[in-house]
Design a protein around this ligand. Structure first.
Ligand code: DGY
Length: 314
């Protein structure tokens, strides 16, 4: 059996694959492999281990004549043509659950950082601009405790954010495909959520119905004192509209871990705003979580090769 690993992956986990008697073709560079490399190498493989940086589209799937399983080292799967894979009987594995709490921690960190101007404060000190010991009107932000939090998409990560919000005595409103009975939060329409929330948190997948769901008309519904937080997928937000909203002060600020293009260009207008906190897609980036994700991704791959049930299958 032969597998293609399309990203720089931990040596110890590659070793585990090799020790199972499997031949590995491995991309080792930091940047994503070119499409040609994928197409040239995928022809005879039985499995693909990929992540967000590689599109496993119809062209790749059709080129892989022996493919049994695609295992992605991620919870998101918008980079894979799942429909095409499944129509050919190819299993698709992913890594939910293990990154839920870690991602919710980052989302809460973003809420606190942007509302309490933590990044601005740090920058100011480093630039030698903290001149007076304490001032009544210096670097004022907004309270988080007791405010209204709107969660778009009450899935695993939405619920983990909800649990954190309860510790901050927040009122939680949410939109979701279905009403949830296991949480004490108000199920409201998307419009109501935007109108009522002090913090709008996006936790939905990227698909045709969520592409640019935050756009000019939806941003206009938000309060002038509200913040937008996104750690799901960049393309859920129309960044041009967000820049306009920030320029014209329709909202108080934003905290973003994901972008329409990643890495975001250093000249992107979003980098000009001090009321915007930016992190480089690190929602699941802790030692513990990335290793748990690796364990599941490898297990999904090996089980798929053995034609067994995957740990998490799409
Ligand atoms: C995923 O796994 O899809 C995340 O975006 C990585 O943090």
């Amino acid at each position: 059996m032969k597998v293609l690993i399309t990203f720089r992956f931990f040596d110890e986990w590659v070793k585990k694959i090799v020790e199972s008697g499997i031949e590995v073709i491995r991309w080792k560079e930091e940047k994503a492999p070119p499409k040609k490399w994928i197409l040239d190498n995928v022809i005879n493989v039985d499995g693909i281990l990929c992540t967000l940086n590689t599109k496993i589209d119809k062209e790749v799937i059709s080129a892989a004549k022996n493919l049994k399983v695609i295992s992605t080292y991620s919870v998101g799967f918008d980079h894979i043509d799942v429909k095409e894979a499944k129509s050919r009987g190819i299993r698709v594995g992913y890594t939910p659950e293990v990154l839920t709490e870690t991602t919710a921690d980052l989302i809460f960190g973003l809420i606190l950082a942007v509302a309490r101007r933590i990044v601005e404060g740090d920058k100011l000190i480093r630039e030698g601009k903290w001149m007076i010991p304490w001032q009544s009107d210096f670097l004022l932000g907004y309270d988080v405790y007791g405010k209204t939090l709107g969660i778009i998409g009450m899935g695993r990560i939405g619920k983990a954010v909800y649990r954190r919000a309860k510790g901050f005595n927040m009122r939680v409103v949410y939109t979701s495909r279905t009403k949830k009975d296991d949480i004490d939060a108000e199920f409201v329409s998307f419009e109501e959520l935007l109108k009522q929330s002090d913090f709008v948190v996006i936790t939905v997948d990227l698909n045709e119905s969520t592409y640019h769901m935050i756009n000019e008309s939806t941003l206009r519904l938000m309060k002038k004192t509200a913040f937008l937080i996104n750690a799901s997928r960049g393309k859920v937000v129309d960044e041009k509209a967000l820049v306009k909203a920030l320029e014209e002060k329709w909202i108080a600020g934003a905290a973003l871990d994901v972008f329409e293009e990643e890495p975001i260009n250093k000249d992107h207008p979003l980098l000009r705003f001090s009321n915007v906190v930016l992190t480089p897609h690190i929602g699941s980036a802790t030692f513990e979580t990335r290793h748990k994700m690796a364990e599941i991704a490898v297990e999904n791959l090996l089980r798929g090769l053995r034609e067994e049930k995957l740990v998490y299958e799409l």
